[in-house]
Design a protein around this ligand. Structure first.
Ligand SMILES: Cc1cc2nc3c(=O)[nH]c(=O)nc-3n(C[C@H](O)[C@H](O)[C@H](O)COP(=O)(O)OP(=O)(O)OC[C@H]3O[C@@H](n4cnc5c(N)ncnc54)[C@H](O)[C@@H]3O)c2cc1C
Length: 344
């Protein structure tokens, strides 16, 4: 019988090229794993030394406030399989290291629909459940069936369905009580062979107005809109939306609209409304602002950009923006990406 391959563990590994904010930081220990056996070996290494473990995918939704102590594991597991359940429904399983947008494109080519609106979201499939990725009126939870993961506490494989993941708006159990308890190895989604499209999101509806939309044309439109609005992290380092869109209740909305009649909002359940955080930040004068080597993107107030600064500087600017929005609107903006490490 073959011995399981042991992953190469590197000490003081440079993470700058592995996070889309291009922040300079080091991992105390780093390894890349291509199989679950290697992943378990890596966990054994960490457990023997009582090191904390951090999972890394495409690095497009984290802020490195400083060096990361313990073992950072890049999940490079690859593979796609499917099971045709009925003529109309297929379950597709993606290994964690598959690139998200390539997975969307692959499904479109196979005639498996449901992911079009989530085209061009950076990162890997394994990270998609962490914040229940969403865009243009669709969230991962709309198509999610189950995930496979390794429990970092026991080293055992577990399967979790949608209910166990407790998905919410840019949220899941993995951002709350089970932060860092699970390393996701595979995600299974339910897709349709019927070419129905969802173009309820206003920007998408207007981009496709006068056409007979297909899943492929929806995906193309989403890519076009995203490229026109969002900076490419390879050119202008960023993590996409830095803050979640806040949800406020009816009384708070009434109070706000007395002073700001033009305040945009979207109705939610139970009379609550979601307010675009970008609008609030723009009102506070931060669109295009630059503070030292970090700033706010000139076209999108929700996107903080890095011109060569540190994660700590990014977080300082974020705190300044949060304070300004709180003072003016009495709204507490919540940071969307996960924060790791402490300043040197
Ligand atoms: C330009 C831009 C646009 C974006 N647009 C959107 C958008 O429209 N909608 C949206 O929802 N997000 C968006 N994002 C955020 C980001 O792309 C997603 O959150 C994505 O899912 C992150 O994937 P990743 O592989 O880069 O994760 P990483 O940044 O590597 O990790 C994010 C978190 O997930 C954890 N993690 C990663 N992989 C695993 C795993 N296998 N098991 C357990 N934990 C894991 C990490 O520890 C970390 O806490 C955008 C980002 C950018 C830069």
């Amino acid at each position: 019988m073959n011995e399981p391959q042991i992953p190469e563990i590197v000490e003081q590994a440079d993470l700058q090229a592995l996070n889309s904010l291009a922040v300079a930081a080091q991992a105390e220990f780093f390894c890349s794993v291509t199989t679950t056996e290697q992943l378990i070996q890596a966990l054994n290494f960490a457990n023997e030394r009582q090191l904390p473990v951090t999972a890394l995918g495409g690095g497009s939704n984290l802020v490195l406030a400083g060096d990361i102590s313990g073992l950072v594991i890049y999940l490079d597991l690859m593979g796609i399989s499917h099971q045709q359940l009925t003529p109309e429904q297929v379950h597709v399983s993606f290994a964690a290291g598959e690139n998200w947008h390539s997975a969307v494109e692959y499904c479109l080519q196979q005639g498996w629909y449901g992911l079009e609106n989530l085209s061009l979201i950076p990162g890997n499939v394994g990270a998609a459940p962490i914040q229940n990725i969403g865009a243009y009126g669709v969230e991962l939870s709309d198509v999610f069936v189950r995930l496979e993961a390794i429990d970092t506490r026991s080293g055992l494989a577990v399967t979790m369905d949608s209910q166990a993941c407790q998905f919410g708006y840019r949220d899941s159990i993995f951002k709350r009580s089970d932060r860092n308890h699970y390393l996701i190895t595979e995600v299974t989604l339910a897709l349709s062979t019927v070419a129905e499209v969802n173009i309820e999101y206003p920007a998408l509806a207007s981009a496709l107005e006068g056409t007979d939309p297909t899943p492929a044309s929806v995906s193309d439109a989403v890519c076009r809109i995203r490229r026109s609005k969002l900076p490419d992290p390879a050119v202008t380092p960023n993590v996409g939306s830095f803050f979640k869109n806040p949800i406020v209740d009816k009384q708070h909305l009434e109070q706000l609209t007395k002073d700001y009649s033009e305040l945009p909002f979207y109705n939610q359940q139970a009379g609550d409304v979601k307010i675009p955080a970008a609008w609030l930040i723009d009102q506070c004068g931060y669109l295009g602002a630059r503070v030292g080597d970090v700033g706010v993107h000139e076209k999108h107030a929700l996107v903080l950009v890095n011109f060569g600064g540190s994660g700590a500087e990014i977080l300082q600017l974020a705190a300044e923006i949060q304070a300004a929005v709180k003072a003016r609107f009495d709204i507490a903006l919540e940071i969307e990406p996960r924060i790791y490490g402490s300043p040197r």
